[in-house]
Write a protein that binds this ligand. Structure first.
Ligand code: NAD
Length: 493
């Protein structure tokens, strides 16, 4: 995701503390079955800014029953009826865009202008695009002596992460509702406040009772009930590969459909035909650094491994240092900040651990390091960090760090670059930078990932997004994202 934020006139003000003590189930705001609460923390200050209930298995059960009861009616509605509803939700999100962007900026730490565009603008666009999609979608098609029907898969459990919280929710909820499915959403316990705003918007938009249900809580409690419940027909999960594996195992017991959007360790190959002089080199590097540092590196498709011709390594290192020195680390609600904090204390310590590991394993630290940035001891800030001369066996070349840590890997020739790029258990995204576009496409075709951006090609919100290998299975967004939530029936006559 490399969209460029546009300045907006309004100056965001932090949201007051938000305490939610109910769930949205069966079209009602219902009390949690227990009084345990989960704190939501502002990533820039470490202060508690909200609380949501820690759901129990009984709460999850109630939500699943509501979604099950609503399925028959909702699955029989017309595409037009569903499209009109999706458009109302999209408008509702746009009307509250500044408020939601401020909230997510606090929850996640992404600079406000980026959050406004990506964390709220994209979800609003996703609901609108699904409305458009189902207006032209062939729900019935003739195939020789048969008629093919596309029908909703049933009750969908949507389990989502914290890094692009509303975007990940929209990627599941919009196509599920569009297909005629009913949904139980369990958002990340780290950034759940935005999901409450969505539930309010759903209610105002007139979502029928039980079609959309919200239960908050932890993965091992609420998430596991959703993943294993016999009345749930599909689990759509986005998160870490470890949790995805567990969800898949639980879902297998009732042979549910499973869609998995997991981690990544994505390569960005700067080919040796690229003009690596002056401004052209700066452009190639800026594209790579932005592709790694967006949302403080907490992006599943982040281009975290920069592969460069070995003979050009010294020039690349010098330009990377120059580009990284321009990164403005600071409070994400302040104008001019380009890198905010990490989401949590746990995440910050994890990332610092990887930086120390890189140093111990002999990688060459050329920017940043494990200490907190000067003057930003409060909140979960990490210095923008770059390692060079990273070999494929090093931990920082293999594991997803999920922080602002760029790894530079030198290669000898094109074959070597492709080999290093594919030498990972992940396969989510990649990038190629070249002067010759045909060569770039040829190399992109050999990268084993679900998306490849060529010469900085921007994120396309209707192009399928998803992983090869251990980055998951299934695709989100656009027509293919819609079809994940459908069954196919053939009638013979
Ligand atoms: P996580 O796996 O810790 O949590 C994701 C969600 O799963 C949360 O709602 C959590 O409560 C739930 N969960 C955790 N354990 C569970 C269990 N045992 N059963 C059921 N649910 C469980 O991930 P995170 O830290 O929130 O997000 C970061 C990870 O998500 C990174 O690995 C990142 O790459 C990945 N991610 C992938 C994509 C993608 O599209 N491929 C997008 C965003 C994030």
């Amino acid at each position: 995701m490399t969209a460029t934020p546009q300045p907006t006139p309004e100056q965001p003000t932090p949201q007051p503390t938000l305490r939610h003590d109910r769930f949205y189930i069966g079209g009602q705001w219902v009390d949690a079955s227990d009084h345990d609460m989960l704190d939501v923390v502002d990533s820039s200050t470490g202060q508690v800014i909200g609380q949501v209930p820690a759901g129990t298995p009984a709460d999850a059960e109630k939500a699943i029953q509501a979604a099950h009861a609503a399925f028959e009616g909702w699955s029989q509605t017309s595409p037009e009826e569903r499209a009109a509803l999706l458009e109302r939700i999209s408008r509702g999100l746009s009307q509250r865009q500044a408020e939601i962007a401020t909230l997510i900026t606090q929850e996640v730490g992404m600079p406000y202008l980026h959050a406004n565009l990506i964390q709220v603008g994209l979800p609003a666009a996703t609901f609108a695009s699904m409305a458009e999609e189902i207006r032209r979608y062939p729900f019935e098609e003739r195939l020789t002596s048969s008629v093919l029907l596309r029908e909703p898969v049933g009750v969908v459990a949507a389990i989502t992460p914290w890094n692009y919280p509303l975007h990940q929710i929209a990627a599941k909820v919009a196509p599920a509702l569009a297909a005629g499915c009913t949904v139980v959403l369990k958002p990340s316990e780290v950034a759940p406040l935005n999901a409450y705003v969505l539930a309010e918007i759903m209610e105002e938009a007139g979502v029928p009772a039980g079609v959309f249900n919200l239960v908050t809580g932890t993965g091992p409690v609420v998430g596991e009930v959703l993943a294993s419940h016999p009345l749930v027909d599909m689990v759509s999960f986005t998160g870490s590969t470890a949790a995805g594996r567990r969800v898949s195992e639980l879902a297998a017991r009732t042979v549910k459909r499973v869609a998995m959007e997991l981690g990544g360790k994505s390569p960005y190959i700067i080919l040796d035909d690229a003009d690596l002089t002056g401004e052209a080199l700066v452009q190639a590097i800026v594209n790579g650094v932005q592709g790694c540092y967006l949302n403080s590196g907490q992006t599943c498709s982040a281009l975290t491994r920069m592969l460069v011709p070995r003979s050009r390594l010294p020039e690349v290192e010098a330009v990377v240092q120059g580009v990284v020195s321009q990164v403005k680390v600071g409070h994400p609600l302040e104008a001019g900040t380009t890198l905010g904090p990490l989401v949590s204390d746990v995440q910050r310590e994890r990332v610092r651990g990887y930086i120390r590991k890189g140093m111990e394993e002999g990688a060459k630290l050329i920017a940043g390091g494990p200490d907190a940035p000067e003057g930003l001891e409060q909140g979960f800030f990490v210095r923008p960090t770059v390692f060079s001369e990273v070999t494929p066996g090093m931990t920082i070349a293999r594991e997803e760090i999920f922080g602002p840590v760029l790894v530079i890997q030198p290669y000898d020739d094109e074959e070597d670059a492709i080999r290093i790029a594919n030498d990972t258990e992940y396969g989510l995204a990649g990038g190629v930078w070249a002067s010759d576009p045909e060569r770039a496409v040829r190399v992109a075709k050999r990268i084993r990932t679900g998306q490849v951006s060529i010469n900085g090609g921007a994120f396309n919100p209707v192009a399928p997004f998803g992983g090869y290998k251990q980055s998951g299975n299934g695709r989100e967004f656009g027509r293919l994202g819609l079809e994940e939530f459908m069954e196919v029936k053939s009638l013979q006559f």
